[in-house]
Design a protein around this ligand. Structure first.
Ligand SMILES: C[S@@+](CC[C@H](N)C(=O)[O-])C[C@H]1O[C@@H](n2cnc3c(N)ncnc32)[C@H](O)[C@@H]1O
Length: 283
């Protein structure tokens, strides 16, 4: 079923209101292909019926399904590889060094990392595996890797930590598969030692961040690309508020903060870039 330009404008506005995701007119096929299956699921004849059903649904169950369907959840383990090398060999050693100097020797060192827009969890588990590989004795640390996403379906899958062979083959060596996952039938399940470092939560990045605390490292990769320039600026202002003063921000390898977030300064490490907050001048 096809939608016309008037219907598209209505849907584009609605998708924007519930998710912040910007749909250009050239993307009207996304409404047709991704929301088409919901017509049958909710016994709707037309996209107009589905729109009305969602607006009238006080439980917001239809809205949640629309978000699950319209979001692009493409991800893979150790995506782009270089940022994870940077995490292991530059960022984590720096953070740990700094915190060790400040810490009382008997207390575990706290490490708080956030993957904002984590999709089905591969980014979160890649971070947790990198932590395990570089920190070795995890007992000395109090680690939390938080994964958040607007899609309830993606977060449920992330939390389950179970992946098909196809998903495993995208980014994991056979050594890492054997070391950090258990092969159960035709799926692989993340081992408890890695899962224990992680927490997942459904969260819309377009809404105020409540009760998150401060993070040492934030990954916000391949998410802001779906937002308007104004919304990207707002997102990175909110990220600034939850990033520790000496914290590290990592964005997607094809993304840039130029003209979006002047409060962040890019710093290069080998083939990657990380961002830190500019030091505030004393006046
Ligand atoms: C392409 S995936 C990127 C996943 C991962 N960060 C990576 O780089 O592999 C983008 C994710 O952003 C999520 N997303 C889109 N809009 C969002 C919003 N307003 N709040 C939170 N997550 C959002 C989508 O659900 C999707 O899972």
């Amino acid at each position: 079923m096809e939608i016309d330009q008037t219907e598209f404008r209505l849907w584009a506005r609605y998708v924007y209101d519930i998710s912040g995701i910007l749909l250009e007119p050239a993307k009207s096929y996304l409404i047709e292909s991704r929301l088409g299956p919901l017509l049958r699921e909710y016994a709707c004849r037309t996209f107009g019926d589905l729109y009305q059903k969602s607006r009238m649904d006080s439980t917001r169950a239809v809205e949640k399904r629309i978000i699950d369907q319209i979001t692009t959840n493409e991800t893979l383990f150790f995506r782009d590889s270089a940022p994870f090398e940077m995490l292991k060999y530059k960022i984590l050693p720096d953070v740990v060094d700094r915190k060790t100097q400040k810490a009382f020797s008997s207390r575990p060192i706290s490490l708080r990392i956030w993957s904002a827009g984590c999709s089905t969890g591969q980014e979160v588990y890649s971070i947790a595996i990198a932590l395990k590989e570089i920190l070795v004795d995890l007992n000395k640390y109090s680690v939390m890797v938080l994964g958040t996403d607007i899609s309830g379906m993606a977060i449920a899958r992330a939390s389950q930590g179970t992946y098909s062979q196809f998903e495993m083959d995208r980014g994991l060596t056979s050594e890492r598969m054997e070391q950090y996952f258990i092969h159960e039938g035709d799926v692989w399940k993340i081992k408890d030692e890695i899962r224990a470092m992680t927490t997942f939560k459904k969260m819309n990045l377009m809404q105020p961040f409540v009760g998150l605390g401060k993070f040492d490292i934030i990954f916000c990769r391949n998410v802001a690309i779906y937002f308007t320039i104004e919304d990207r600026k707002k997102l990175f202002r909110h990220i600034e508020d939850v990033l520790a003063a000496d914290g590290y921000l990592i964005i997607g390898s094809t993304e840039s903060l130029t003209g979006i977030a002047l409060q962040f300064e890019p710093k290069r490490y080998l083939r990657s870039v990380f961002y830190q907050l500019k030091k505030k001048e004393n006046c």
